[in-house]
Every structure is written in C-alpha cells, then in structure tokens.
Design a protein around this ligand. Structure first.
Ligand code: SAH
Length: 263
C-alpha cells in the first residue's frame, strides 16, 4: 500500500484565496518564520488555510528575506461549519489576557471582544498582539479559521445594538446565576437541539460593579451563570466556561450530546 503523503510539519494562516495551482505570496514575517526559524526550503510541503477555502497542501517555490512564494496543490480538508461562540472579556493583565486569547482560539470561539467595564484596570488593549496569539493558536490546533478580534469598547456600547438571538452567558461571580451546565442545557432545549449563537462575558480582576450586575440581569438575552462556589481568576473562569460550552454543545459538527441533548 502506498504510504499516504506525510502530513507537512508546518501549517500557516494566509489571507490569499486557496485553490488548485493558486500562487500564495507570504509577507516578510511569515517568510522569515518559514525560512530562518523553521529552516524550510523550496520543495517542502506546507498546509495553508484562510478561513474560507478549507485547508490546502502547498509547495514552497521560493523563500527570500522579503517574502516567499508557495503554490497550492491539493485540498486536504474542506471548510467546515464552526460554532458561533463569542467571548466578551474585560482586558486583564498582559500575560493573562494573552492566555485568554490563545485558549479562546483553541476552544473554538468565533470572536474575541475586549470590553471595558467599570472596574477594568487596563485602559487599552494591544489588539495586534492578541490577534497574533490567536493566529498562532489556530495554526497549532488545526482549526480552519481564526477568531475575529472585535473592536475593544465599553461593555454598554457592545450591548447597545446586540442581536437578541445571541444569548449572553454572564459569568456572575456573586453566584447570582444558575450553574452554567444547566443554563447551556436550557439554551439547547430552547434552540431544539441546534447550537444557538452564544456569547460568554467575563469580568476583570475586580469583578462587575453592582450597577453592571443589575443592568446585565435586566437584559432579556442575558443569562447570569455560576461557575461554582469559588472565586476564579478571570482567565480561569473564561477558559473553563468555553470548555464547558464546547463539551456540552458540541464543536459545531456533531449533534449536541450529554446534558443538553435528550437521548
Ligand atoms: N474580585 C472579584 C472577583 C472577580 S473574578 C471578587 O473578589 O469578587 C473575575 C471574573 O471571573 C468575574 O467578574 C466573573 O466574570 C468570573 N468569575 C470568577 N469566579 C466566578 C464564579 N464562581 N462564577 C461565575 N463567574 C466567575
């Protein structure tokens, strides 16, 4: 039996369209990563994805300091549906929000939205750095897309023109909400077993201010949820909530199972 072509060791997110014989030009940074860091050479195969055309096996044609050229040959995976799950997160300290961005990408979020709340200590967020972490995580975890990084803004503004079909799980550290698994189960029942568009909201190190709690609890699309009796660090709460959502609602491909689906 002929050995299947060995799976390339390198996988890159690109902007270019991908198709048979499509030429893909990589900018300087990606050429540097391929050539100088990973010591790749012309003739080596690389997996490419762009979030639209699936994953393609491409061959390096040329690598230089200022760029590289590859040619796509065969499609290794078709573009597949992915869950529509947003994470709204109050910016927290640098290395911690970097961890949240990386884990959110690995756990399949479709968008990361930095939102400023009353007690958010950070006055700004480095979106380029967060985006780079999410690209790298998407390449590594073999996703077929990279989460969108939405424009950082005050929480009230983000909620201002919210599409009410998207339910928002508000991680409420005061224990005001129902356990997250029960909330997800109720949402899946509401959506008759399909995976509804969802969002998770996690606060800053200082938590949510009382007036924010009241504002959120009053919104029809908001579901306050508890992540258990302990006060978790924001990054812990965010990562745990995304993991539970994926585990209970599926990852967009299989039918919801477990607590959510009626066997
Ligand atoms: N400093 C606050 C806690 C903030 S924890 C205090 O001591 O009360 C940071 C964020 O993580 C919270 O705003 C909340 O969104 C989330 N979080 C932490 N523990 C949680 C829990 N047990 N249930 C739900 N959300 C939680």
């Amino acid at each position: 039996m002929t050995e299947p072509a060995s799976r390339p060791r390198l996988r890159l997110f690109v902007g270019a369209d991908l198709g048979p014989d499509a030429a893909v030009l990589l900018p300087r940074e990606q050429a540097h990563y391929l050539g100088a860091v990973m010591r790749a050479e012309p003739g080596e195969a690389v997996l490419l994805f762009n979030g639209r055309d699936g994953e393609w096996r491409a061959i390096i044609r040329a690598i230089a300091k200022n760029g590289a050229t590859l040619v796509a040959e065969t499609r290794t995976r078709p573009q597949a549906p992915e869950p529509d799950l947003w994470l709204l997160a109050a910016p927290i300290k640098r290395e911690r929000i970097d961890l949240v961005a990386e884990k959110a990408a690995e756990l399949g979020v479709s968008a990361l939205w930095p939102v400023f709340t009353r007690r958010t200590a950070m006055s700004r967020v480095n979106t380029d750095r967060l985006a780079a972490h999410m690209v790298e995580a998407a390449e590594q975890c073999e996703r077929l897309s990279v989460p969108v990084l939405r424009e950082p803004m005050p929480l009230e503004r983000a909620l201002g023109d919210w599409d009410a079909r998207r339910r928002l799980l508000f991680l409420d550290e005061t224990g005001g909400g129902m356990p997250i698994a029960a909330a997800l189960s109720a949402l899946a029942d509401e959506a008759q077993g399909s995976v509804p568009p969802l969002a998770v909201l996690v606060g800053p190190e200082g938590g949510f201010a009382p007036e924010e709690q009241r504002m959120l609890a009053a919104l029809p699309f908001v579901r306050p949820v508890s992540m258990g009796p302990r006060i978790l660090r924001a990054e812990t709460a965010a990562i745990a909530a995304l993991a539970v959502a994926q585990a209970l609602l599926g990852d967009g491909r299989e039918r919801p199972r477990g607590a959510c689906a009626k066997e």
